[in-house]
Design a protein around this ligand. Structure first.
Ligand code: HAM
Length: 424
């Protein structure tokens, strides 16, 4: 036998029944986006590598270690998108959608990062992202956060998630703070692990994000960017908190929240679950007022976030919050080719007139095996078509989930009978 091929590590198949949970989630997102007047964009999975180098930042983990890049047949360096924000800005600029316009976009789809796979962390994973352009006001940051909170409430997840917020201030405030941090960590350089030492001069703010518990006390005692914010950013951050309080959304200020992508300034936030181990962040984002200009456009304020679909579905499954999967109402079985034709015709009628979920047994197995399959399918009813009954234009109906005698109905009565059953 030929050897079996397997999927690439960190790349998942989404199969039934979990594909039904995905469909449920996607449908809910679509409705939610409409409620907040966000419009869908569908963007390419491949972009020029340069977009992410310029957009996400050369010293980020994403660009340094995780991005999937290759030279295509023309020798151009291309990348599988590791995130959606840079591509969204590229597309909006390319199509002139940011020219003196306010925009609210959302997208859903796979992203790719060469990370070490573990529960909740994959190399192909799905994000749902929301991005808004042209609005510098903190009410936009608040609206985005309120929108996520409302989604968690709908899903029943709100009690299981904590909102963390922080402000990264202006570019200038960050540059000054960067120097303070370097001086602070230089005094303790021997205590830093190899990763943090490597970040010291390249991207010292990322040291604050270290997961190494041995560094926790050192990081806790480090100077805080919040104490060195520029006046405008402070006012912006205070206004955001005021709106969140007015909306009744609980939050924790985490001064060490810096995010792993370079485009953020001012607001950053994450929704975190304590039930998903190390991969607890289910949704994250913030303001990126400098990115549009950095990618060649006119300075345009922007803010957004993305949520990890796998992590949210893991949490929903863990908390038993997923809806019951779509079920089969009626399973049709038949004892001969002629009866099978009749079964197919009745099935079509039940689907189109009553919107019932109907499955036909399209095999030539004997009635006993077909009955077993009907039972296993979870269907509520079985209808049996036999050559004998064809002559009298009748069929037999059996309730599969309750003790009731089998009944004989005329074909003409089939729709009426099930209409009555399902109208109760
Ligand atoms: P991010 O924090 O890199 O931000 O990713 C957002 C979310 O995607 C994470 O919070 C997590 O739920 C999920 N995620 C990230 N990596 C993985 C992975 N390897 N496996 C499974 N899930 C993962 C961004 O990507 C920004 N573009 C978000 C944003 C949009 N900021 C502004 N607008």
């Amino acid at each position: 036998m030929a050897t079996l091929l397997q999927a690439i590590r960190g790349f998942n198949d989404i199969l039934p029944p979990s594909s039904q949970a995905w469909a449920f989630f996607e449908q809910l997102i679509r409705q939610h986006a409409e409620l907040y007047a966000y419009q869908e964009v569908r963007l390419p999975l491949l972009e020029k590598t340069e977009l992410f180098v310029r957009g996400v930042g050369t010293t980020t983990d994403i660009v340094e270690k995780e991005i999937y890049t290759f030279l295509d047949r023309n020798g151009d360096s291309l990348a599988l998108r590791p995130e959606g924000t840079a591509g969204c800005v590229r597309a909006a600029l390319e199509h002139g959608l940011l020219h003196n316009q306010l925009q609210r976009f959302w997208y859903m789809g796979p992203m790719f990062r060469h990370e070490r796979p573990q529960a909740g962390r994959y190399r192909q994973f799905y994000q749902v992202g929301f991005e808004a352009f042209g609005m510098a006001d903190p009410s936009l940051d608040a609206e985005l956060i309120v929108m996520t909170a409302s989604l968690w409430r709908k899903l029943g997840l709100l009690p299981h998630l904590t909102l963390q917020i922080n402000s990264l201030g202006s570019l200038e405030a960050r540059a000054q703070y960067r120097q303070l941090l370097i001086v602070y960590f230089e005094q303790h350089v021997a205590l830093l692990d190899a990763e943090s030492q490597a970040r010291l001069y390249k991207n010292p703010l990322r040291i604050l994000d270290s997961k190494n518990i041995k560094l926790a006390a050192l990081i806790q005692a480090a100077p805080k960017l919040l104490d060195h914010l520029d006046a405008e950013s402070l006012a912006h951050f205070n206004a955001l908190q005021g709106i969140l309080n007015a909306a009744g959304i609980a939050f924790v200020i985490n001064p060490c929240l810096v995010r792993g992508l370079d485009y953020y300034g001012r607001t950053v936030f994450e929704w975190v679950s304590a039930d998903l181990g190390a991969q607890g962040t289910v949704c994250a984002g913030g303001r990126y007022d400098g990115l549009v200009e950095q990618l060649g456009g006119k300075a345009t304020p922007a803010c957004g976030f993305a949520m990890g679909v796998e992590r949210l579905l893991l949490l929903l499954a863990q908390k038993a919050l997923l809806p019951v999967v779509a079920k089969i109402d009626i399973y049709l079985i038949s004892d001969s080719p002629q009866a099978k034709v009749q079964a197919l015709l009745v099935a079509e009628q039940l689907r189109s007139e009553l919107q019932l979920n109907v499955q036909c047994d399209c095999t030539t197995a004997n009635l006993k095996s077909q009955f077993k399959r009907a039972d296993k399918s979870g269907a509520t009813w079985a209808i049996i078509f036999s050559v004998g009954e064809l002559k009298t234009a009748t069929m037999s109906v059996k309730a599969l989930r309750k003790e009731e005698p089998q009944q004989q109905l005329t074909l003409a009565d089939s729709v009426g009978f099930f209409r009555q059953q399902y109208s109760r």
